[in-house]
Every structure is written in structure tokens, then in C-alpha cells.
Design a protein around this ligand. Structure first.
Ligand SMILES: [Zn+2]
Length: 452
């Protein structure tokens, strides 16, 4: 069997076609009974809260391997065996043997040595041919749910039963994570600098090194995020469904809602997709917290995806209907005060419904926040003090793709894919030029709805 997905990375297939995994390893699909080390997709009992079974009995993991940052990328390694006899996976200057899981580390470059702790990277290399699926989390250092998702997925895998390879980077932005901050030390948002450049700002250099050192090895990418700045998100995918391979990826997640979105420039998802690596953002919950339910849903979705990509030898998909939203809107507070919500994430709302109230603590006046659209609450602000214009509720609007396109044609406006709420977040102050001596100012209070 030919592992064309690896070759595709080097060839000119930057235009995203149907994914290779859809038919490449069909012959290798073997249905096996569930085992203790490879929990079923439907088995979420161990996801309800830490510690779980996987934590109690982690698979053997080899010792850390320090990476020589000066070494060239090693994507032409031994993983490209040409038969069912799978070879080692050459990655970060290490041969990961079939049927093993390794804990490696990555650093941006020599220039960051001494100030940066190497970033842990988990690699599980299977015993059957298959694609390389990458899971990244905490690109924003204060978004914690994804860290736990990556841990559970990687430590729950049995590499002996795996087809292909799973690469997990639980904390991409270690700088931010250590300071409980969304940003890099210079207050730049790393997720606006991908794929980066070798000689740009520090953010751009880190993005470039990460993209070349890790992401280029991936055949598909799931980048996990949460809501930002005291907002929370229903577990959902953000994806550019215009790309067939991205669409296929979203369909692997089972019942998780999907929001069509090109995403702001510079996101890891957008850069990967642009480079021919189908990618989605998985949003779940709020920053600064580990939330068992959101984590469990994300893990379930990723395991479902592993089945969909035929990397797990079990046919057990999360088969509930998957709502897809081609349009969404933010409902804003028109007055200042304390926001109290009357709806929950996932609620279906109608135009005219009261979503919450804003009470002025001094004058005691109370104003209702009324939904302007019909749809599902995909994201919302936590109860907090808000100012007029504050984006409080993110509603996925129930329209078909054709309806949305038709409306765009009649009104002459650009298609809604470019108008999804990510655009709203660009109210944030622009980063300074590379040579600017001062760090950029603090984000404005409303520079907040940036969901990824
Ligand atoms: Zn994020």
C-alpha cells in the first residue's frame, strides 16, 4: 500500500482534494473488540472528570528526546514505507517505532534557547499505514480544555492498534500558559501570525518554526480553542467548508455543531488549510478552566474522527445529526451594567426572545437583551459587567447554504463566510510594526470575541 498522504505534502496537491485516508487503508480495517487500553468512541465514562483510567495506567512512553533546533526538518524520514510493513516515523530527529508512543520536545529555534522550555510533543505511531493526524492546543496560553483533550486522546491510544500516526502538542504557547495569558510575552496573539516568517517579529518566527517543524508533517489538523475573555463556547467546529477535505474532516466529528468560517488571517487553521493540510478549529468552553463536560465532548469528537479516518479499528461513530451553520450573528448589549443571562449554551432561540438582562447597579434600571435572529446559542458571555455594544450572545442562524448564498446575491453583500463573528474581533488594536520598541497596548474591552 502506498502512503500517498505523505507524498502529497511534498507534491503540488495544495489544492485540497478528497482525503487520502478515505480509501487508502480500507483493506487494513479490522474490527476488533474494545480493550481496556483503547476505549470505545461511545465510552465516555472515563471522560467525565480527571483522573481517568488512561491517567491511572498510561501506556509506556519513552524518555524525552531533546531536539537540535539547528537540524533540518525531517519529513522525508522512514515513515514513508511503501508496503503494509510500516517503518518508523521520523520526526523531530527521532525514529518513533511502530506500535510505540514517544514523548519528544520541540523548541522554536536556537535564538529561543535559554529563555524557552522545550515544548512537549506526544507522538503515537501505529502498526498499520495511515495518515498523520495532529492535535494542537493552547495556542492561546489561557485556553486549558484542549490541553486535557490532547492528553486523554494520546494516552488513551494503543499504538499497537493504531493505523497511521497521531501527533499531539498539548501546549503550543508555553510562554502564555506559564503566565495564564492568551498572548506571547510581547502581547502578540500567536494565532494571527501563521504560517510565519523566519525573519519577522518574535511571534512570526515562533509561528514559522512551529509550522515548519510540526505542522508540515500533518495530513490533517485539529486545533483546540475555547471562548475568550469571559466568554464560553458550545463545543463546535470552525471550518472552511468550501474545501472538500475540510468538509470531510468536520463530518468525522459526529454530532458536534459546525460553523462555516474562513477565520481571521494568520490563524493556524487557515495557514494549514492554505498549505493543503485540511484543518478545523475545535472550540469548547471557556478559558482559564478545565471543564469536564466540554473536555469529554471534545475527546468523543476526536475519537470519532480517528474512526472516520480509519485510524482506529473499530466502527463506532457518533452518529447523531450534526448541525451546520453557514451564518451566525452576535447579539450585543445596548446598555451598560451587569449582564445576567437567561439562556444557556446550546439553547434554541427565536427572534424576540429575551436572552438576558443588563442591570445598572447604580440606577437600578434594567434593560433586556433581545435576540435579533432565530437560531442556536453557540457562544455567550459569562455574567459580568458590560458596556454598551458588548457582544454578548453568538447565535448560529439556521439557514441552508443555498439560502445564505441567495441572500448574499440579492443584497449584493459579500458572502456571510467572511462576515462571521471572527471579523468582529478585529476591533482589537493592530499589533505594532516589527521594529516598534513598545509592546502593543492592552486589548480593548470589546476586543474579545475572537474565538480562535
Ligand atoms: Zn483560542
Amino acid at each position: 500500500m502506498i502512503r500517498c498522504w505523505l507524498r502529497c505534502l511534498a507534491c503540488a496537491c495544495a489544492t485540497l482534494a478528497a482525503p487520502g485516508w478515505a480509501n487508502e487503508i480500507e483493506d487494513d480495517l479490522v474490527v476488533t473488540p474494545p480493550s481496556a487500553t483503547t476505549p470505545s468512541v461511545d465510552d465516555t465514562s472515563d471522560d467525565a472528570g480527571p483522573p481517568d483510567a488512561a491517567e491511572a495506567e498510561p501506556p509506556p512512553i519513552a524518555a524525552d528526546t531533546e531536539v537540535d533546533p539547528a537540524a533540518p526538518p525531517a519529513d522525508e524520514g522512514g515513515a514513508s514505507s511503501t508496503s503494509d510493513e510500516i517503518g518508523p516515523f521520523r520526526f523531530l530527529d527521532t525514529d518513533v517505532l511502530p506500535g510505540t508512543t514517544r514523548r519528544l520536545s520541540w523548541v522554536a529555534s536556537k535564538s529561543f534557547l535559554g529563555i524557552s522550555v522545550p515544548t512537549p510533543v506526544l507522538v503515537s505511531h501505529g502498526t498499520r499505514p495511515g495518515p498523520v493526524l495532529c492535535l494542537t492546543a493552547a495556542v492561546h496560553g489561557d485556553e486549558l480544555n484542549g490541553i486535557e483533550m490532547v492528553r486523554r486522546v494520546l494516552y488513551g491510544l494503543d499504538a499497537d492498534e493504531l493505523g497511521g500516526t497521531v501527533i499531539g502538542v498539548p501546549i503550543v504557547n508555553l510562554f502564555g500558559f506559564r503566565r495564564s495569558s492568551r498572548y506571547l510575552p510581547d502581547r502578540r496573539d500567536l494565532n494571527r501570525y501563521f504560517p510565519g516568517t523566519a525573519h519577522g517579529s518574535s511571534a512570526s518566527r515562533i509561528a514559522h518554526a512551529f509550522f515548519e517543524g510540526i505542522i508540515r508533517h500533518c495530513d490533517a489538523l485539529v486545533d483546540v480553542h475555547t471562548g475568550s475573555f469571559h466568554r464560553t463556547n458550545l463545543p463546535q467546529l470552525r471550518a472552511d467548508l468550501d474545501h472538500p477535505a475540510v468538509l470531510d474532516l468536520t463530518q468525522g466529528f459526529g454530532a458536534i455543531a459546525v460553523l462555516q468560517s474562513e477565520g481571521p488571517p494568520g490563524t493556524l487553521r487557515g495557514a494549514a488549510t492554505e498549505a493543503g493540510i485540511p484543518a478545523v478549529t475545535l472550540e469548547a468552553g471557556e478559558p482559564m478552566r478545565f471543564q469536564p463536560e466540554e473536555v469529554a465532548q471534545g475527546v468523543k469528537g476526536i475519537r470519532s474522527l480517528l474512526n472516520h479516518m480509519k485510524m482506529l479499528s473499530r466502527i463506532s461513530l457518533w452518529g447523531e445529526p450534526q448541525p451546520v451553520y453557514y451564518e451566525s450573528d452576535w447579539v450585543r448589549a445596548d446598555s451598560g451594567g451587569i449582564l445576567f443571562s437567561r439562556v444557556d449554551l446550546g439553547d434554541r432561540v427565536d427572534k424576540g426572545d429575551v436572552l438576558g438582562t443588563v442591570t445598572d447597579p447604580i440606577t437600578n434600571t434594567r434593560v433586556e437583551v433581545i435576540s435579533t435572529v432565530r437560531g442556536q446559542v453557540l457562544g455567550m458571555a459569562l455574567n459580568q459587567v458590560v458596556i454598551p455594544g458588548f457582544a454578548a450572545y453568538h447565535i448560529g442562524i439556521e439557514k441552508s447554504r443555498d439560502e445564505v448564498a441567495e441572500e448574499a446575491a440579492t443584497t449584493g453583500e459579500s458572502p456571510p463566510e467572511s462576515e462571521v463573528p471572527e471579523a468582529d474581533v478585529e476591533e482589537a488594536p493592530s499589533p505594532p510594526p516589527v521594529e516598534a520598541p513598545e509592546p502593543p497596548p492592552e486589548p480593548l474591552p470589546d476586543a474579545d470575541e475572537r474565538p480562535e
